[in-house]
Design a protein around this ligand. Sequence first.
Ligand code: AMP
Ligand code: MG
Length: 409
Amino acid sequence: MEYNRNYPVRLEIEQAVELLLQKVRKVSAEPVSLDEADVRILAEDIFAKENIPPFDRSPLDGYAFRAEDVAAADREHPVVLKIIEELPAGTAPSKTVGKGEAVKLSTGAPIPPGANCVEKFENTEFTDKQVKLFAPMKSGTNICRAGEDIQKGDKVMETGTELSAAQIGLLAGLGYTKVRCFARLRAAVISTGSELLPEGSELTPGKIRSTNGHTIRSLSRRWGMETKIYGIVPDDQESIARAVASCAEQADVIITTGGVSVGDYDLAEAALRQLNAELLFWKLGMKPGMAALAAIYQGKLILALSGNPSAALAAFCMVGRPVLNYMAGRREYYLKKCQVHMLRAFPKRSPQRRFLPGKLVLQGGEVWFDFGSRQSNGMLNQWAGCDAVAEIPAGSGPIEKGSLVSAYY
Ligand code: AMP
Ligand code: MG
């Protein structure tokens, strides 16, 4: 259908991302227990209210004493110190170490007052009552200082950080049981196309099993989203509009695939117009992924992607991902970019910017880009195991093996 379009047609992917960033909102925040905090995004800065470790402690099993006492010690003239206390980990010192005295320590035990160094037990000779030392020690040797890991008052984590395993551990160490995180971004996926059958169906003439719903659901969940498959909808304007309206009640983002090109049965735009959605752009300057439409409906972002599996993924990764990262609360929401060497030649010309899925491979200290030799819009298999998308600039001829190109991940 020919429309009178008052929104941009064919944006560069960067322009599309900026436009969408202006139109979307971040999700709200909620308290999240540490047990549920994996891959969640912090919605508060974390300041340390305490030191980690909270006290000076011993990193090994041994004896704590005053370095001054062993200044003259050597093999022939060992110094003998009296053991005044034993401190297993978890106990607090009750005595101050004086001249000629030592305290027996386990790893993790606090350094008793008066002592200023620790010798590991392997370097000593000892009985229950005394310990013999054979070498001088510098004051401060073998003492882990309070606050060595985290200093009280430090900003330890920033809003917008995706919590890593170590950070969840640090939160526990700092005494947190819950932290404020952004709510999980909720998405719904609608697969449009009268040729589509759900998984598990017997194939009938002209039909295919839908893959897009599952691919997009799985990928977006890996990005930390809470995504549901709405299901399959035929190429029918009413049905598409109904599906979008229904998803908008529960999801922050609706991703549709199929029906965004120029054919008679490409009805996504008509359905969105019927709903009075605010259309933002149509078509992207990329191959695959050119056919794509974005809109806002009832405050929800609609990404209407091509039905071609590879095109849907290319647009979803290159344009959708940074915007979804932003909505989910991530501080660094743009894709990361690096320079990679092409692992093999790419024989086709690229009149438009072309995006190739592939794998980053470390070889000879350089990052190389491994990609399938068969690339086509309709093919999903080329995305299997892919961890980056390389860009071949518009206007390129065939690309030689070893050429440097940009890759996004
Ligand atoms: P369309 O974007 O509707 O023109 O569809 C483009 C191509 O992608 C056609 O060959 C469709 O059969 C195919 N296709 C559309 N939707 C899906 C889907 N959910 N899973 C797999 N292939 C699809
Ligand atoms: Mg179609």
